[in-house]
Every structure is written in structure tokens, then in C-alpha cells.
Design a protein around this ligand. Structure first.
Ligand code: TRP
Length: 337
């Protein structure tokens, strides 16, 4: 299919620092698949990070670097996708401002993530203009590139829905400039952290992509297995009760899984040994990622080059879109007569 016919995909991530297996299986492997068929734009949402981290913005640049290394190491490919940092494309700020003029406050106040996060992050004062406008900035990110599809997790669906509403409103008021984007929900395998809760940096239960092999081994050894199997000689039930087994499913072959289920149920296989095998499988799968990460980390000028190229491409599209948006906005159209 020729370039201009390929559908456009856009997605972004806030720079939270080093990524973990949850990001790999939940987001990045999906992005990797998408970059082969769509015209993909993937960006680091550093201005979005500022909405909750405005008191410590100096932490953000290092987090951007770590995250980009992880993206590139897992195979997000600058030859296939446009990779850039939000704050380098000033047009996002302009479009955000224009969209803010037409976004009713009530749409933002009823946004579930706004309510939840203010509740959850009580120690931070999030009664700010910028935080309320978080999804308006996200809308600008998306429609700037006229994205058709936005791969996100369920937690982000309200933001894409809001983007759709804001886009329709812009088009209605000023003319059809922007396609209305669709969310693209990925099938995300359930990936609990070491303790069985969702894998998350803030829970301290994550295996990071950049953890060295010894650390992976240690972490996997602490993973919760079948708690109803306290003694080695007790039979277990990995499919029903074992947290570690969720990872086995991602890293071991179908045949080996069947064997493990059998051997666990008959108590032939103990948890310590079973997790050692898992750790080795994870280490093997991560090895090529570590290699690429290391060689990129040793060549910061290469990463800079990739970002400069991405910014150039992104800026080209953004400049184009903005001239269309401005011209629609400042010109009297049929509807305003
Ligand atoms: N809000 C998204 C998140 O926290 C990050 C993001 C910012 C984003 N702008 C976006 C995602 C545009 C998709 C499209 O995960």
C-alpha cells in the first residue's frame, strides 16, 4: 500500500523512567506490530508528565532518556515509525490552546481519570488548570497528526472519547479539518507483578527491562506461587492459583506448560525449581533487548539523531495541520453566516 494510503496511528507514553515487563507485553509489543502496517507516530508525553510532576520537572529529562532506550531496545524502529518528544513540537501547545477555547468545562470535570487521580494522588495539589486540561492536550497530540487509530489501554478510553467530542466540535464550528480518531484496544495479557497485584513501578513489584540477569533471577524467586501449596510435597494448581504461572504462559512453550501443569499437580515439580526455569526463560528473552540497550546507551549521539529525525518529520506534519486549523478558524465559513 502506498504511504499516503496507510492509516495513521498515534500513541504516547508519559516518561515514567525505566519500563518493565508490563509495558513490554501490554504496550510495546503492540506498537511493534502496528509499526509494520500503519504509519505510526510514537511520542514521549513530557508536558503531560508536568501536569502531575510540576514540582520536580528536573526529574523528567532522565526519565525520557531511560524510556527511549527501552523503546528502541525492544524494537520500536525509527525506520518504520516517527519517534519524537512532545515538547519539541511547539504546535501541540498552540493547538491545545485553541481546543481549550471550545471545550466545555463540564466535559473535563466529569472525566473519570480526573476524579480518580485527584483522589489517588492526594499528596499532590492537582487542583490546577493544566491538570484539568490534561485530555485537551492529549486531544491536540492526537488530531495534530490526523491519527485514525489511537492504541490505548482501557484506562485511557475516556480521553479518546473526549478527543472525539472535541474534534467534532472543532469541525462543526470551523470546518472539517480533523478526522475523528478511533481507539484501538489491544488484547493485553494479564501480567501481575511479583506480589500478584498489577505490575507497577510504584508498587515495587516490577521486573524492569533493564534489570540485569542476577536481579531477574532474584525477583522471580520471590514471586508468589500457589499459597495453598505450603509444602514441597503438596500438590498445586498453577492455572488457578499461581501468580508466577502468568509469566510462564508468556515465556514457555505450550508443551512445556502442559508438562509443568502436570508436574505441579502431582507435586513432582517444586516451586523453587519451577521459578528458576522461568527466570532463565525470561533472561533468554531479554538478552537481545539488553544487548541493544547497552549499545545504544553507549551511543547517546545516535539516540539524539533518531529524535532529531523524528522531530523533523513530526514538525512537518504539525506545521501543515496548524496552517489548515488556523485558516479554518479565522475564516468565516458557511455555518457562521
Ligand atoms: N495519557 C496517556 C497515558 O497516560 C499518554 C498520552 C498523552 C497519550 N498523549 C497521548 C496516549 C495521545 C495516546 C495518545 O498513557
Amino acid at each position: 500500500m502506498s504511504e499516503h494510503k496507510r492509516q495513521r496511528v498515534l500513541s504516547g507514553m508519559r516518561p515514567s523512567g525505566k519500563l518493565h515487563l508490563g509495558h513490554l507485553h501490554g504496550v510495546l509489543s503492540n506498537w511493534k506490530r502496528l509499526q509494520d502496517t500503519y504509519d505510526c507516530f510514537f511520542f514521549v508525553a513530557d508536558w503531560h508528565a508536568l501536569t502531575t510532576n510540576y514540582e520536580r520537572p528536573y526529574e523528567i529529562p532522565a526519565n525520557i532518556d531511560e524510556m527511549l532506550l527501552d523503546w528502541l531496545a525492544v524494537g520500536i524502529d525509527p525506520e518504520k515509525a516517527t519517534i519524537f518528544v512532545q515538547s519539541e513540537i511547539k504546535e501541540h501547545a498552540e493547538l491545545h490552546l485553541l481546543l481549550s477555547m471550545i471545550t466545555p468545562l463540564s466535559w473535563l470535570e466529569r472525566n473519570p481519570t480526573y476524579k480518580e487521580q485527584r483522589q489517588e494522588l492526594k499528596e499532590k495539589d492537582l487542583a490546577t488548570y493544566g491538570f484539568l486540561g490534561y485530555p485537551v492536550l492529549q486531544s491536540a497530540d492526537i488530531i495534530m497528526y490526523k491519527a485514525n487509530k489511537v492504541p490505548v489501554g482501557v484506562d485511557q478510553l475516556p480521553h479518546v472519547e473526549l478527543t472525539r467530542e472535541i474534534t467534532r466540535r472543532f469541525n462543526y464550528l470551523y470546518g472539517e479539518v480533523f478526522p475523528v480518531p478511533d481507539p484501538l484496544l489491544a488484547e493485553v495479557p494479564k501480567l501481575p507483578g511479583l506480589d500478584g497485584r498489577k505490575m507497577s513501578k510504584s508498587y515495587g513489584n516490577a521486573i524492569f527491562l533493564s534489570d540485569p540477569p542476577e536481579v531477574v533471577e532474584k525477583k522471580v524467586a520471590t514471586m508468589v506461587t500457589d499459597i495453598e501449596r505450603p509444602r514441597r510435597s503438596d500438590p498445586g494448581d498453577p492455572e488457578k492459583r499461581c501468580v508466577a504461572f502468568n509469566l510462564h504462559k508468556l515465556y514457555l512453550s505450550r508443551e512445556r506448560l502442559e508438562q509443568i501443569i502436570d508436574d505441579c499437580k502431582s507435586a513432582r515439580l517444586g516451586c523453587v525449581q519451577c521459578k528458576r526455569e522461568l527466570a532463565h526463560a525470561i533472561i533468554e528473552a531479554l538478552s537481545p533487548i539488553w544487548k541493544r540497550r547497552e549499545s545504544l546507551a553507549a551511543r547517546p549521539e545516535r539516540v539524539k539523531e533518531i529524535l532529531a529525525l523524528g522531530a523533523k518529520r513530526a514538525r512537518g506534519v504539525a506545521a501543515d495541520t496548524m496552517s489548515q486549523a488556523r485558516s479554518a478558524l479565522w475564516t468565516r465559513n458557511v455555518r457562521s453566516d
